[in-house]
Design a protein around this ligand. Structure first.
Ligand code: GLV
Ligand code: MN
Length: 221
């Protein structure tokens, strides 16, 4: 009997698999090539990430961020506030492939459906009771009600939300495997883009008339 790998086709198959194995990177952002690279946000060159500030000018302050200690403003129709600890607010994260947000939800507040094109997200409830859910590309809705110290994971790119179902305000910390995960907020993407997505696209997409679309648009004006 011929061994499986001895046929040229099988050997080629094995070779292709071996060649491809290192390529699917396990982290969302590329690996760093030095200890650190504190972002020079004012640099004029444009590249994938940010250029490094000279090491001689780096201090401990570059690795420190106190933004997440402050309560976000939830005084809006969504009862939602987010404080972003990404490379733009915390340049020390540059090249390190991670970032973290603080989400504040008033009672009944919602972090509306959105997705992150460049990162998976882990959600930890610090205070309160929060319904966290996402929908897969097969339209399966996965969800849990989380209380303090509990964690839920949102796979990269999938639409998700958080909704405060408790009796007081809620606080969450969200961590990402990207220094700048990006956020596509479904409602704003469709109803508040600039220039606007044509009303006809939205009426056909949602199978409703102009009045419904214009009413939704007016909420995001
Ligand atoms: C929560 O979903 C966040 O993106 O911070
Ligand atoms: Mn998110």
């Amino acid at each position: 009997m011929m061994a499986l790998t001895s046929s040229p086709v099988n050997m080629l198959g094995c070779l292709i698999i071996l060649l491809l194995l290192p390529y699917p990177s396990l982290s969302a952002d590329p690996d760093p090539l030095q200890n650190f690279c504190v972002a020079d946000l004012n640099a004029t060159v444009s590249l994938n990430g940010f250029p490094c500030k000279p090491v001689s000018e780096v201090t401990a302050d570059d690795f420190f961020f106190d933004g997440l200690s402050k309560e976000g403003n939830t005084d809006n129709p969504f009862g939602f506030g987010v404080t972003q600890g990404n490379v733009l607010s915390f340049p020390g994260l540059n090249t390190l492939g991670l970032s973290m947000n603080r989400v504040d939800l008033a009672r009944g507040g919602i972090n509306a459906p959105h997705s992150h094109p460049r990162a998976s997200e882990s959600v930890v409830v610090i205070k309160g009771e929060v319904l966290v859910g996402f929908v897969s590309t097969s339209n399966v809705y996965y969800y849990k009600v989380l209380t303090e110290g509990e964690m839920f994971i949102i796979p990269r790119g999938l639409v998700h939300f958080q909704y405060n179902v408790g009796h007081s305000k809620a606080i969450l910390l969200t961590a990402f495997n990207s220094q700048l995960p990006g956020a596509v907020i479904v409602s704003q993407t469709l109803f508040a883009s600039n220039p606007p997505v044509p009303v006809e696209i939205l009426t056909k997409t949602f199978q409703v008339d102009d009045g419904v679309i214009n009413s939704i648009k007016s909420k995001f004006a």
